[in-house]
Write a protein that binds this ligand. Structure first.
Ligand SMILES: NC(=O)c1ccc[n+]([C@@H]2O[C@H](COP(=O)([O-])OP(=O)(O)OC[C@H]3O[C@@H](n4cnc5c(N)ncnc54)[C@H](O)[C@@H]3O)[C@@H](O)[C@H]2O)c1
Length: 457
């Protein structure tokens, strides 16, 4: 099938590459010439495990093309996926300017039936806005062409995006019941048929419910994290181990084990903005989503938990102190640093006068870029950041180690080396990677999240 992907970012590139892998003829459009140049030169602008091979294989086979040519992109695909960003606007609502610009271009250049698929995460009612914009463009050209707007939210996880796209838990598709909607449903069914061979994974619904499903999923996952973080903070006070509690409750099938890890807060491009956007949607209907307001507030506080533990231990003025930080990306297996907890910690440490040595397996370049933005008001503080080449290199002479991202490489370090490299063996573990009793045995002063049971014992 002929597919156009509008927006060649994390979601668009993975969607385009994976649909090409299944034999479709895919045209990826982006307005960012730099990204398109990298892709056309055989490179890849993001870190995503397994993606490079899929892109390379399908580009070589001629099934995957990258371009900034809008007119050609509209001409190419019978199905036009909109996968552009929907960042938070100033008031927290989803900024739809990129989605609507993409829709406008489709209306401007289409010459026959198109299925327009909202794959970006967009608030309930966006498909109507997309439909209106396309209809306006068509009418300004005095054209009457059939089209249908479909909602097909994406559930892939960065760091496992190719695997998630190729083996989805579910595919959610919202279509309307007009004749164009029926036509769109047939095309979408055909496109996704290879994913449903083993068993049917597609949930068909109306457009608004599909739009809502994506927000409901992210809001639920964010809620579980903030819930556990809040309990972890209490566990620290009462002397309980949140990890034991996690096992104790996760074994209940009504609760399950996933997404119950306490830590130093969630980040990324999705949870923070989607929770906010859902709150904003509710406000438009004069409703307050009280649980989600709390989820957001707890998470904002939780991003400060490592900084607070460090200043409790070393004092508020950190001048002359030096810290090692392991992990900058908002989660493992990605270089994405949008809303990453590491940015909050680095802000706290540097503004309190400390120097830092940071290490991340893939996010160093991205870190350099985003830290310039974070410290636009005090660029001189960035001279206090050293980018280390490996985890052990970061530890050299540090007063303590802070772990922010749970990369696999940090799980079983050589603790003898860790201890001898640090000035004193102090670890602030923002992802609860280590066992507090083992840390005590080997003489590490250990601060986890919600794990102070042994300190109290
Ligand atoms: N990143 C994720 O893990 C994830 C998962 C599920 C859903 N989503 C949602 O998918 C959407 C895209 O997210 P992302 O992380 O891929 O964003 P991204 O910022 O990585 O990519 C968006 C791309 O769209 C391009 N773009 C903007 N306007 C354009 C236009 N008019 N025409 C062509 N290209 C244009 C940008 O240059 C950019 O390359 C968002 O709504 C996001 O919430 C993201």
């Amino acid at each position: 099938m002929k597919i156009t992907i509008i927006g060649t970012g994390y979601v668009g590139l993975v969607t385009g590459a994976c649909l090409a892998e299944l034999g479709n003829d895919v045209f990826c459009l982006d307005v960012d010439q730099r990204k398109i140049d990298i892709l056309n030169a055989g490179g890849i602008p993001i870190h995503e495990p397994g993606l490079e091979e899929v892109v390379r294989r399908n580009s070589a086979a001629g099934r995957l093309k990258f371009s900034t040519n809008v007119e050609a992109s509209v001409a190419h695909g019978d199905i036009q996926f909109i996968a552009v960003g929907t960042p938070p606007d100033e008031d927290g609502s989803a900024d739809l300017q990129y989605v609507l610009a993409a829709a406008r271009n489709i209306g401007k250049y289409m010459t026959g039936f198109k299925v327009v698929v909202d794959k970006s995460t967009v608030p309930v009612g966006t498909a109507d806005k997309v439909r209106t914009v396309i209809a306006q463009e068509l009418s300004s050209r005095q054209h009457e062409l059939p089209f249908s707007v479909v909602s097909n939210p994406e559930f892939l996880k960065e760091g496992a995006a190719v695997e998630d796209f190729m083996r989805p838990d579910r595919i959610v598709i919202g279509c309307d019941s007009t004749s164009e909607g029926e036509r769109a449903r047939d095309l979408m069914r055909k496109l996704y048929a290879p994913f449903n061979r083993n068993h049917e994974r597609t949930y068909w619904m109306d457009v608004r419910s599909a739009e809502f499903t994506k927000y409901a999923a992210n809001a639920m996952l964010a809620t579980r994290i903030s819930f556990m973080n809040e309990l972890a903070n209490l566990a620290d006070h009462v002397g309980a181990d949140i990890d034991a509690v996690r096992h104790g409750i996760g074994s209940d099938p009504r609760i399950g084990h996933s997404f119950l890890y306490a830590g130093c807060g969630y980040g990324g491009s999705c949870f923070p903005k989607d929770v906010q956007a859902l709150e904003r949607t509710a406000q438009e209907y004069s409703l307050n989503l009280q649980i989600l307001q709390a989820v957001e507030a707890v998470n904002n506080q939780q991003k400060q938990v490592l900084g607070n533990k460090i200043t409790q231990r070393f004092g508020k003025n950190l001048t002359g102190r030096h810290f090692a930080v392991w992990g900058l990306a908002f989660k493992p297996n990605t270089d994405d640093m949008r809303a990453a907890p590491s940015r909050v910690l680095l802000g706290e440490l540097l503004r309190a006068g400390a120097t830092v040595a940071v290490y991340d397996p893939v996010a160093i370049d991205e870190a350099k870029r985003v830290l310039e933005l974070d410290f636009y008001d005090a660029p001189e503080l960035l001279t206090a950041v050293r980018y280390a080449n490996n985890p052990m290199d970061a530890l050299d002479g540090a007063d303590a180690l802070a772990i922010v991202t749970e990369w696999k490489a940090f799980r079983s370090p050589d603790f003898d080396k860790v201890k001898s490299s640090l000035k004193q063996p102090v670890i602030f573990d923002g992802r609860n990677l280590y066992d507090p009793s083992v840390m005590r045995e080997i003489g590490v002063e250990y601060y986890g999240i919600g794990r102070s049971v042994l300190a109290k014992a």
